[in-house]
Design a protein around this ligand. Structure first.
Ligand code: NDP
Length: 326
């Protein structure tokens, strides 16, 4: 793990960083780098995102001009847009010795973009969305990030990427070396296995209660909308998955938990997890994603219609209305 003592802003002295994209990650990267004294150019199409960067006081240019004006290029647009944007607007303008950084290994792991041999290439993947990255930086702390040097043309790729990590506040928390392939596969597995499992679990818990005649609003609140479960998971992230129950749970709670732990889901679900992981690693998911994108994301529309029509979403909307009337 790399910490503050392992990194130095001097390793990126005199360098200009092009932050390509001003969305969830781009906004946080641009702001933290600037506050650490690093010159930043935001590269974006001329639209609302670019307007936002201008309003926030950034020098803002087209993607091509930002790449031309920088020696460190951080690509922070959605992964599915990487190949087209990279091929047309970035690759032709990368100079020898530039450092090219991605925040997720997807495009490199699945060889959707091909980097010239004369540039440094690194993964610097924050394990957090943009708002907390900015918030923690302002509070004087940081978030975890994974780091991987994929190409080291300058012999300084790691030092430079650690310099960026420090400017982002990541070394305040810790930066863990993890290969870009592993980072990609873990991230996709979390999205495809753990996230649906958690969302479906909350929905099923809600449905069991409502079908048994309980009022939907308190049911929704007690299952997840009060934020208590989220706090428990936040606590578990630091103290440990089971320790949080030991430390925070009453004997009644602990007895209830142990009564069913390991009995509700088991080998069948684990088997599905293994299948999903295999699909990710073999490239099956990427192939399916490409077909979905070519067809205009029909499954996404179906999923939106499904969740908008669900009782759990309707109850949440009602709950928001109640809160709004405070
Ligand atoms: P966003 O969806 O927030 O990115 C929006 C930005 O991308 C806007 O500036 C948008 O500008 C630009 N953009 C979108 N499509 C295109 C396009 N076709 N051509 C040019 N610009 C485009 O992305 P995120 O910040 O969520 O993700 C950025 C990267 O960070 C990804 O690689 C992601 O995997 C990674 N990451 C994301 C995390 C997260 O929490 N979201 C966590 C860790 C890593 P406009 O549409 O105006 O062109």
């Amino acid at each position: 793990m790399y910490y503050e003592k392992d990194a130095s802003l001097h390793d990126i002295d005199g360098e200009v960083v092009a932050v390509i994209g001003y969305g969830i990650q781009g906004k946080a990267f641009a702001a933290n780098l600037r506050d650490s004294g690093i010159p930043v150019i935001v590269g974006n199409r001329a639209d609302a995102y670019r307007e936002a960067a201008l309003r926030d006081g950034f020098e803002t240019q087209s993607i091509i001009d930002a790449v031309k004006g920088a020696s460190i290029v951080i690509l922070l647009i959605p992964d599915e847009a990487h190949p087209d944007v990279y091929d047309a607007q970035i690759r032709p303008h990368l100079d020898e010795g530039d450092l090219f950084v991605v925040a997720h290994g997807f495009s490199l792991r699945f060889e959707r973009i091909v980097l010239p041999a004369n540039v440094d290439v690194a993964l610097l993947a924050p394990k957090m969305f943009g708002k907390p990255i900015r918030q923690r930086y302002l509070e004087g702390s940081g978030v975890l990030a994974f780091i991987d040097v994929i190409q080291d043309a300058s012999s300084r790729a790691l030092r430079r990427t650690l310099g960026v990590s420090q400017a982002m506040g990541f070394t305040r928390y810790g930066v863990l070396p993890v290969s870009h392939a592993t980072e990609t596969e873990l991230d996709l597995f979390q999205e495809q296995f753990l996230t649906p499992l958690l969302l479906d679990t909350f929905r099923i818990a809600f449905e069991v209660l409502v079908e048994a005649g309980y009022d939907p609003i308190p049911s929704l609140l007690d299952m997840h909308a009060s934020g208590e479960m989220a706090e428990m998971m936040a606590e578990a992230a630091s103290s440990g998955l089971y320790e949080v129950i030991e430390q925070q749970g009453s004997p009644t709670c602990r007895f209830g938990v142990q009564r069913y732990l390991g009995k509700l889901i088991g080998e069948e679900v684990k088997g599905k997890g293994k299948d999903i992981l295999q699909d990710i690693r073999s490239g099956g998911f990427v192939e399916a994603l490409s077909k979905e994108a070519e067809a205009g994301y029909p499954s996404l529309s179906e999923y939106q219609a499904l969740y908008q029509a669900s009782d759990v979403t309707k109850t949440h909307d009602r709950y928001r209305d109640i809160l709004g009337s405070r």
